[in-house]
Design a protein around this ligand. Structure first.
Ligand code: G6P
Length: 367
């Protein structure tokens, strides 16, 4: 097992470091001469033009990819998207339109609820696409089309590299749908692809800065509750950051859409409660800052996660992590890295079993 960890103490840390390669491999699998070629995924332009709605169905972190994908696809391709938990979707007699596309996101391709959701959509005659990491898995075999993520085998229960590659798959779909449907022009299309191609190096750079997060995380071992707040895509990544934290550190954490705090959650803020504000979306920046200020005035200790250049966050936050800029549709891919590292280092500092947290399984094949 030590050999398999390639010098890392845990699989999770090894897999965090494998993300630049996993992201690059996944992107390269659909790139030909600087353009997207989705022929292996099986979509013709005619198919793409016919889609009138998209429903993304998944569990766990894959569901969080769906939440991010919803913002990206709607914004770029102007197709209405909803994202649903597979365990809810399968029991609620969903109304699906004839030209809807149901996308099932699953690392293992074996999650029972996700597989049942796929079968339900197929029974209704709806076209299905699997975003799957394991070749030959049940969801990969049964979906009409498959976009394979090339994360390679993931051992740690807490997903990192599979999540990152699923995001890439979602971006590629959004961009391809957008160019075919004419909601972006050729220049924007090429610019987005070039931006995506730079993500691996930027992820690498964030990982290289990990000691700073380690230092901060080590101080959180006695935390009782941690809150992650953000708006839009920053809310989507907050969901994933919070899940990473709670599943491996056993510290209660919650992700909240920042504007929703005032409807209840803010009553939980006590002196010293850590609130992590994610601020990567320029239009929402000031709004989330003001929510962070509200938390601080109730005693919260604030961490800000934002892009280089937003140095005025230091007027508000007690500790800040800066990440490189990219197109704002892709910020989730960068913002998630410090949040993965936070969860990891809190867990390590508490001496917990990072790779095999209690009560959890890598692949949940029961409903
Ligand atoms: C389990 C794993 C999660 C994963 C979820 C969905 O709960 O611990 O990391 O996100 O299942 O798994 P899937 O294989 O369908 O992506």
């Amino acid at each position: 097992e030590a050999a398999e960890k390639a010098g890392f103490e845990h699989f999770m840390m090894k897999e965090i470091h494998e993300q630049p390669k996993a992201v690059r491999d996944t992107l390269n699998s659909v790139l030909v001469d600087g353009k997207l070629d989705m022929s292996a995924v099986g979509f013709s332009d005619e198919d793409i033009k016919k889609i009138d709605q998209i429903c993304i169905v998944a569990c766990g972190s894959a569901y969080h990819v769906g939440v991010a994908a919803q913002y990206v696809i709607e914004d770029l391709a102007q197709i209405p998207v909803r994202t649903e938990l597979a365990s809810e979707f399968r029991y609620r007699k969903p109304l699906l339109s004839k030209n809807e596309l149901v996308i099932i996101v699953s690392q293992s391709g074996e999650t029972a609820d996700s597989l049942a959701a796929l079968r339900l959509a197929k029974e209704k005659g709806i076209k299905t696409l699997g975003i799957v990491n394991v070749v030959g898995s049940s969801i990969a075999r049964e979906a009409d089309n498959v976009f394979y993520t090339l994360a390679g085998p993931e051992i740690a229960v807490a997903t990192t590299k599979a999540y990152s590659t699923q995001l890439i798959a979602a971006y590629c779909l959004a961009i391809q749908f957008a160019i075919v449907r004419g909601t972006i022009d050729e220049a924007k299309y090429l610019e987005l692809i070039q931006e995506m191609a730079q993500l691996p190096d930027k992820i690498q750079k964030i990982i290289e800065d990990k000691e700073r997060i380690q230092w901060f995380a080590a101080k959180q071992v006695n935390a009782k509750d941690i809150f992650f707040i953000g708006r839009g895509l920053d809310y989507a990544v907050s969901l994933e950051g919070s899940l990473k934290m709670k599943e491996i550190s056993y510290i209660h954490s919650e992700a909240y859409a920042a504007g929703e705090l005032k409807h209840g959650t803010i009553s939980l803020i006590e002196d010293g409660t850590l609130v992590i504000g994610v601020l990567t979306q320029s239009e929402l920046y000031e709004k989330t800052v003001s929510n962070m200020v509200e938390c601080r005035s109730r005693g919260a200790y604030l961490m800000g996660l934002t892009t280089y250049g937003n140095y005025n966050i230091e007027d508000t936050a007690d500790f800040t992590v800066y990440i490189p800029k990219t197109d704002e549709h892709f910020m989730t891919s960068l913002a998630v890295i410090p949040l993965q590292l936070m969860g990891y280092y809190v867990s390590v500092s508490k001496g917990l079993d990072v790779d095999k947290p209690r009560n959890l399984a890598k692949s949940v094949t029961v409903e």
